[in-house]
Every structure is written in C-alpha cells, then in structure tokens.
Design a protein around this ligand. Structure first.
Ligand SMILES: CC(C)(COP(=O)(O)OP(=O)(O)OC[C@H]1O[C@@H](n2cnc3c(N)ncnc32)[C@H](O)[C@@H]1OP(=O)(O)O)[C@@H](O)C(=O)NCCC(=O)NCCS
Length: 152
C-alpha cells in the first residue's frame, strides 16, 4: 500500500471526517463544526489522504499563544498500525512550532490503550486526570502533555 499524503484539511475531506467522528467518538464533531475550523486562524487540522482522495485519518488542533490542544485523532480501522497517526502527529508538531507553540496537551480515555501507547511513543507524559470527564460511557480522562523544542 502506498504512503498516504499528509495535508491541511480541505473542504472536500469534511464529510468523511464527520463520518469517522460519528463512528469512533462519543461526542462527535458534526460537519458544520468541523467546517468552522477551516476559518479559525487558531485551528490546524491535518488529514492523511490516499491516492484516490479518501481520508484515511486526521488530527485536529487549536492553539492559543504557546499552548496547543489536540482535539481529536482518528485513523480508519483498515488503515491502522501503518504509522498514519504517528505521521499526522509529527507533521502537526512540525507545523505548530513556527506558530509559537511550546507545548501540546490532549485528553484521552483512561481505557484507550492504543491511543495512550501512541502518545507515549511520541513523548507525551501524563500531567493530570479529569475524573468522569467522558460520557457514554462515563470515564476518567488522562491529561497528557508534550513540551516542544524551541523553534529556532
Ligand atoms: C489511536 C489511533 C489513532 C492510532 O492510529 P494508528 O494509525 O493505528 O497508529 P500508528 O500506526 O501511527 O501507531 C503508532 C504507535 O502507536 C501505538 N499503537 C497504535 N495502535 C496500537 C494498538 N492497537 N495497540 C498497541 N499500540 C498501538 C504503537 O506504539 C504504534 O507504534 P508501532 O506500530 O511501532 O508499535 C487509532 O487506533 C484510532 O483511530 N482509534 C480510534 C480513535 C481514537 O481512539 N483516537 C484517540 C482519541 S484520544
């Protein structure tokens, strides 16, 4: 299988992203909310796209000065364990640095072992817990954070 192209989210990607949100998250972003991110200068969403234009995965982020938050990361089940999430996260870091980001924070369900492994592999450390943060089902969130090197 060819390596997907990592690119900025485009309008045509949004219905596919919304479908993945609905399938894999208990509080999914809908199309209109995702579309709003295209016009938000504080937002940066990236997609992994195959040669036919299908969205295999995406990552969404918002930044405020030196703090960036990852909102969501998802890869289609049939494309998992091919390094796509890792490639999305690394490219996101690369693009956040010149925007002045110094750290990235995210929340993850305490039971989401694949995602926790991914984040740990990329150097994220647990900095806190939010009790009962998630619903459907109710579950704690681990707060993970990564310090970025200073952009030079
Ligand atoms: C979590 C998720 C994004 C990982 O996507 P992916 O493209 O399969 O991840 P990658 O192939 O880039 O994996 C990178 C590393 O993450 C870890 N990892 C990923 N999936 C894993 C799994 N199922 N079990 C254990 N470790 C896993 C591994 O360390 C892996 O490195 P390795 O393959 O060299 O061992 C994907 O499983 C997914 O979309 N899950 C549903 C949505 C979700 O839970 N998102 C996170 C919300 S916070």
């Amino acid at each position: 299988m060819n390596k997907p192209r990592i690119t900025s989210m485009e309008s045509t990607h949004i219905p596919q992203i919304a479908a993945l949100e609905l399938a894999y998250f208990s509080a999914p972003w809908d199309e209109a909310s995702i579309r709003g991110e295209l016009d938000n200068p504080l937002s940066l969403w990236l997609t992994a796209v195959d040669q036919g234009g299908a969205v295999l995965g995406y990552v969404g982020s918002q930044s405020c000065f030196e703090d960036a938050d990852i909102l969501n990361v998802c890869v289609r089940p049939e494309a998992r364990r091919r390094g796509i999430a890792q490639a999305l996260m690394i490219e996101l870091e690369r693009r956040l640095l010149p925007r002045g980001a110094e750290r990235i924070t995210l929340e993850v369900r305490a039971s989401n072992a694949p995602a926790i492994r991914l984040y740990e592999k990329l150097g994220y450390l647990q900095v806190g817990t939010r009790r009962g943060y998630y619903e459907k089902p109710r579950e704690d969130a681990l707060i993970l954070q990564k310090q970025l090197p200073k952009d030079s």
